[in-house]
Write a protein that binds this ligand. Structure first.
Ligand code: FES
Length: 167
């Protein structure tokens, strides 16, 4: 009787992803801070760093999976799923929180039918939260595709979301 081999990290990824990761790792593995650089490049080139991808990088770099996971979850730049065409981030710093961001989040949830951390089913918009972006005097602040949008008025906000869902 032959035993089925236990799945390895190689089997969790499609050939294209594996090839992309192999190329990134080969190019950067000897640089100082290689792990960070490799994860950064992966996010930029592939668009996200899924858990199977994290396991693959850990194996290839001979570091614990927890080390890779720690980096990916610490920096908001990384995502574990593909982002939508547009990304809106709600600033959760104190000034913005007090200035009405929770209400904007509720409105956005109603308008999109999606939650924070999710992408609309049509792949159009990803909603996330972020820390203070340094524009506290303009609270409440959101960022749209990395552009800071301050003094977001609740009555104008639905238009902004609508535009993102349609463009
Ligand atoms: S608290 Fe939102 S920009 Fe500082």
């Amino acid at each position: 009787m032959t035993e089925t081999p236990a799945p390895t990290t190689e089997h969790e990824l499609c050939e294209n992803k594996r090839a992309a990761l192999d190329a990134i790792i080969a190019q950067h593995r000897d640089r100082p801070g290689a792990l960070m650089v490799i994860l950064n490049e992966t996010q930029k080139q592939v668009g996200y760093v899924s858990e199977p991808m994290q396991r693959y990088v850990a194996k290839k770099m001979r570091v614990p999976v927890s080390a890779v996971h720690g980096v990916v979850t610490f920096y908001s730049f990384f995502t574990t799923q593909p982002r939508g065409k547009h990304t809106i981030k709600f600033c959760m710093g104190t000034a913005c929180y007090v200035g009405g961001v929770p209400q904007l989040i509720e409105k956005a949830k109603q308008l999109t039918g999606s939650d924070i951390g999710q992408t609309t089913p049509d792949g159009q918009l990803t909603m996330e939260v972020c820390r203070c972006v340094g524009a506290c005097s303009q609270a409440p602040v959101v960022t749209v595709d990395d552009e800071v949008v301050g003094r977001v008025k609740p009555n104008k906000f639905p238009q902004l979301i609508k535009k993102l869902l349609e463009s």
